[in-house]
Design a protein around this ligand. Structure first.
Ligand SMILES: Nc1nc2c(ncn2[C@@H]2O[C@H](COP(=O)(O)OP(=O)(O)OP(=O)(O)O)[C@@H](O)[C@H]2O)c(=O)[nH]1
Ligand SMILES: [Mg+2]
Length: 265
C-alpha cells in the first residue's frame, strides 16, 4: 500500500496542467496582439487556449481577435453585445474554459504574462495561486498614489476578511478548474469580484497560496479606472463589497452553475 504522501507525490508528478487563459478586453487594440503572443510563448506546450472576452469594444479589439482566432485555433473570442462589465466578462470566460487550470489577468500587459508558469506550477500543490504584490518578490511600480490606494484597500480587506490573502485586488490568478464549480462571484461590478472570490475560496476550505509578482503601469491604451470620480466610485463599491462579505445579510450559499455564454468563436 502506498502512503498518502507517496500517493500525492505520484499524483503531482503525473498531473499535467492544460492551461486556459481568460483575458477580459475593452478598447485594448494596442495591447491585445502582444498579450496573446507573450502568453502563448510563456505558457508554451501547456496552453489549452486563450479566451478573450470582449464587450464589443468601439476601438475594434474584438475584430483583431477574430482575425487571430481564424488562424490560430487556440485563440477564442467571446464577443458580447448584450452585456458589459468586468465581473460578468470574467464569469463568462471561466465558464467557457476547457483546461484543467484557469488563469485570468488584464490584457494591458501591466501584469506580466511571463509569470503565468510560476502561478501554474503552484497548482500542483494548491487549488488557487494568487499573483500578489504583497508576497515575497512582489512589488507595485505604479504611481505612488495608485499603489498607496491599493495598500489602503488591501489593508482594510485583510483586517475584515483575514490575512490568508494579502492581495484582495490582484486580478492575476491561476485556479484548479474544479474550484470554479464551487466558488463563484456576482456578475455585477468591476474589480470587487476578486475579493469575493478569494475570500470564498479560503472560507470553503480550498488551499490558497500567493506568488509575488511585479505590477507595472500599462504603457499603451487607456485605463478604465482613471479619474478621481471613477476611482472614488470603484473604491466605494469595493469597500461596500468587503463589508458585505464580512457581515452578510443572508447566509452565504454556493451559486448554481450558470449557462454558457451566447457566442464563442
Ligand atoms: N470585457 C470587458 N473587459 C473590461 C471591461 N472593463 C475593463 N476591462 C478589461 O479588464 C482589464 C482591467 O481594466 P483596466 O483598465 O486595466 O483597469 P485597471 O487594471 O484597474 O487599471 P490600469 O491597469 O491602471 O489601466 C483590462 O484588460 C480591460 O481591458 C469591461 O467592461 N468588459
Ligand atoms: Mg489593468
Amino acid at each position: 500500500m502506498l502512503s498518502e504522501d507517496k500517493r500525492m507525490q505520484e499524483f503531482e508528478i503525473r498531473w499535467e496542467p492544460r492551461v486556459s487563459v481568460v483575458l477580459p478586453s475593452y478598447n485594448e487594440k494596442e495591447n491585445i496582439q502582444e498579450a496573446i503572443d507573450r502568453i502563448s510563448k510563456s505558457v508554451g506546450e501547456q496552453l489549452q487556449e486563450i479566451i478573450v472576452v470582449d464587450d464589443n469594444s468601439p476601438d475594434g479589439t474584438w475584430k483583431i481577435v477574430k482575425e487571430i482566432s481564424a488562424k490560430n485555433t487556440q485563440v477564442k473570442l467571446i464577443h458580447r453585445v448584450n452585456e458589459k462589465g468586468l465581473a460578468s466578462a470574467l464569469d463568462d470566460g471561466v465558464r467557457a474554459a476547457q483546461g484543467n487550470v484557469v488563469v485570468w489577468m488584464d490584457c494591458d500587459l501591466g501584469l506580466p504574462p511571463e509569470d503565468i508558469p510560476r502561478l501554474v506550477e503552484q497548482i500542483k500543490k494548491y487549488d488557487v495561486a494568487i499573483g500578489s504584490r504583497y508576497a515575497p518578490g512582489g512589488k507595485d511600480l505604479r504611481p505612488v498614489w495608485r499603489s498607496a490606494l491599493s495598500v489602503i484597500l488591501n489593508g482594510y480587506s485583510c483586517v475584515l476578511l483575514g490575512w490568508q490573502v494579502r492581495d484582495y485586488t490582484s486580478g492575476f490568478i491561476a485556479v484548479r478548474k474544479e474550484v470554479l464549480d464551487y466558488v463563484r462571484w456576482k456578475r455585477q461590478g468591476f474589480g470587487e469580484y476578486f475579493a469575493e472570490f478569494a475570500y470564498n475560496c479560503v472560507k470553503q476550505g480550498f488551499d490558497v497560496t500567493e506568488v509575488g509578482y511585479i505590477y507595472k503601469d500599462r504603457t499603451k491604451g487607456t485605463s478604465k479606472t482613471q479619474g478621481f470620480k471613477t476611482l472614488f466610485k470603484l473604491g466605494f463599491q469595493y469597500g461596500f463589497k468587503v463589508l458585505n462579505l464580512r457581515f452578510p445579510k443572508t447566509k452565504r450559499k454556493i451559486l448554481p452553475p450558470h449557462s454558457k455564454p451566447t457566442s464563442c468563436f
